[in-house]
Write a new protein. Structure first.
Length: 588
């Protein structure tokens, strides 16, 4: 399907709901069929096209990642491909068929053996890409049986495979293989041979298994921490660090060297902090990984940030906004000018919220420019610039140039200092919509923070359109959720009154293979959305205290973070304990 901005001159048709001309092709596209029949939304269709174009996944898989129902998209895609659809949530693979194909080949081909057919000479295989002839040939070669391919969705495939095979098993096996190697007790010799050993097969397999496990567990970061006992490996999953493995001291330098080689760092430099990037192929997808190293007492600590394109292409409706909150946020970002700030601590999802907002504004009529440090995700249709202090390109200097580039919308990665804050206010006051982030604990606290940066109260009141404060809470695993009644002592410690949960269905996860025994899977945003109206402007100019502005904001429709978190507890989406971990407790 080819999209054009004006009616095609030869052949073709126009769908006015999409706002695009659609050139006729041999068979109408899956997305257009589903949209025309009302089974997906325009937002899902647009997001899926963007995701498919930038990440290379099929449109069907991108539709599911954009929030479309897999049970709607899957059968239609299978029909268009001429194969059957395999619903992996409703069927289990037969053990006899599963035993014929090793785990590494299942993951590499993204093909799951389901059952043997006929007299056992045919194997039915659920595939993410049933037209992948190379994958089918590999399954045929391994099993010696004729392959019948069916279509399955990538997310369901990954969930089922992770349930069937422990993600820790490969790392354990690789560590056991390392134990057979001779340890090198000479630190000088160990350092000299680190680069050579970094390419040895056991080290390669160990690093690959750790990164595979991190991707499978949906980790956002991998920590390699040098200590006296060796190299500790921890994953940050749903905001919490969990221990994955402990690498022996004799292999610490080799693993560190392997990571540095992959990320383009200087292997011989161990004293100065370094930054690097790498790409990693896992489970049929390619991930960009940002790497940071720093010297610690017993060696080096490396942190790998796993960047997922789909993480910033989330529709606003799936972020976690309550209905009235989403409406208020959409009102703010559709204003012709003004400053909208998203605030919260590091790792609270601010960038995801901003990019979701940008995606709703991203069209051919709007010039969107971003200034980031660093640019983590490349998005089609948005002009992205990376800060480079070494050549004098800072947030403040970049903003000065931006206003001469005729922008409609400007995104500044972060307001860190007075100069950047002043430039942001000037941009907002001169006819631009400016979006940015700030590190504060609450929406109202943002006003105080801007004043502390040296901004005049009057300018703040005139430039600021609204503030979104947010946190991320982990969701209860849907596969092992059970209803329970928290004890009064637990609720009191979390600052939750028993009456606040009266009549609610409170749930928790007991732990299963799908969530790796944690009882939690995935995260959701909780928000407070402050709109700066005339009353709030009056309070800002008069220098009102934070508690006075907070009271006025709540009276004018702002839901505090605690109320949003409590709503998710009452709906059975998260647990009281998770609410207590993320939101300050109320003194009872």
């Amino acid at each position: 399907m080819t999209l054009v901005k004006s009616p095609p001159t030869t052949g073709g048709s126009i769908d006015p709901r999409l706002g695009y001309g659609i050139l006729d092709a041999p068979g109408r596209s899956l997305g257009l069929q589903l949209f025309s029949s009302g089974r997906i939304t325009k937002e899902q269709f647009d997001n899926a096209q963007n995701l498919s174009a930038t990440s290379g996944v099929s449109l069907a898989q991108a539709l599911v990642e954009s929030g479309a129902d897999a049970k709607v998209v899957g059968p239609e895609e299978a029909l268009s491909l001429g194969v059957e659809y395999e619903d992996l949530t409703a069927t289990q693979p037969d053990p006899d068929a599963l035993a014929l194909v090793p785990e590494n080949i299942i993951r590499a081909t993204r093909a799951l053996p389901m059952r043997l057919l006929g007299k056992g000479d045919v194997i039915r295989v659920a595939m993410v890409d049933p037209l992948d002839i190379g994958a089918s040939d590999r399954i045929h070669h391994v099993t010696g049986r004729r392959v019948v391919s069916t279509l399955c969705m990538a997310g369901e495939f990954l969930t089922v495979v992770n349930e069937l095979f422990s993600t820790a098993s490969r790392t354990t096996g690789a560590l056991q293989e390392l134990e057979t190697l001779e340890p090198d007790d000479d630190p000088v010799a160990l350092r000299q041979t680190a680069v050579d050993s970094a390419s040895d097969a056991p080290i390669v397999r160990l690093v690959d298994s750790i990164m595979d496990a991190a991707v499978a567990m949906q980790a956002s970061d991998i920590h390699f921490e040098a200590g006296e006992a060796g190299l500790a490996v921890r994953f940050r999953v749903d905001g919490v660090l969990i221990v994955h493995a402990q690498i022996p001291p004799s292999q610490r330098s080799s693993v560190t060297a392997r990571l540095k080689v992959l990320s383009g760092m200087d292997v011989t430099e161990t004293r100065r902090p370094q930054d690097g990037r790498m790409r990693f192929q896992s489970h049929g997808q390619q991930f960009d990984i940002r790497v940071s190293s720093i010297r610690v007492v017993h060696g080096e600590k490396l942190v790998l940030r796993i960047l997922r394109k789909s993480a910033v292409l989330v529709p606003l409706a799936r972020l976690g906004f309550m209905i009235d909150q989403q409406r208020r946020f959409e009102t703010m970002i559709t204003q012709p000018h003004g400053m909208v700030l998203v605030v919260g601590p590091t790792g609270s999802g601010k960038s995801t919220t901003l990019y979701s907002g940008l995606n709703t504004l991203n069209d051919a009529k709007t010039n969107i420019m971003t200034l980031e440090d660093p640019v983590e995700y490349n998005v089609e249709g948005i002009n992205q610039v990376q800060v480079n202090a070494r050549i004098g390109l800072t947030f403040a200097s970049g903003l000065r140039t931006f206003v001469r580039q005729d922008p409609d919308v400007i995104l500044v990665g972060e307001i860190r200092d007075q100069e950047t804050a002043e430039m942001a206010v000037q941009a907002a006051l001169t006819g631009h919509l400016l979006l940015s982030t700030l590190h504060t604990n609450s929406a109202v606290g943002t006003i105080t923070r801007l004043a502390n940066l040296g901004l005049d109260q009057f300018l703040i009141s005139q430039a600021l359109t609204g503030v979104v404060s947010q946190r991320l809470v982990a969701k209860v695993c849907s596969q092992c959720a059970e209803e329970y009644r928290p004890t009064p002592e637990t609720l009191r410690a979390l600052g939750i009154g028993a009456e606040e949960l009266a009549g609610a269905r409170v749930v928790r996860g007991v732990g299963c293979r799908a969530c790796h025994g944690r009882g939690l899977s995935g995260r959701l945003g909780i928000y407070e959305v402050l709109i700066i109206d005339e009353e709030m402007r009056r309070l800002i100019i008069s220098g009102a205290a934070e508690d006075e502005m907070e009271t006025a904001a709540v009276e004018r429709g702002m839901r505090p973070l605690r109320e949003a978190a409590l709503y998710n507890v009452r709906q059975g989406i998260t647990t009281p304990e998770e609410m207590g971990r993320v939101v300050l407790a109320k003194v009872l």
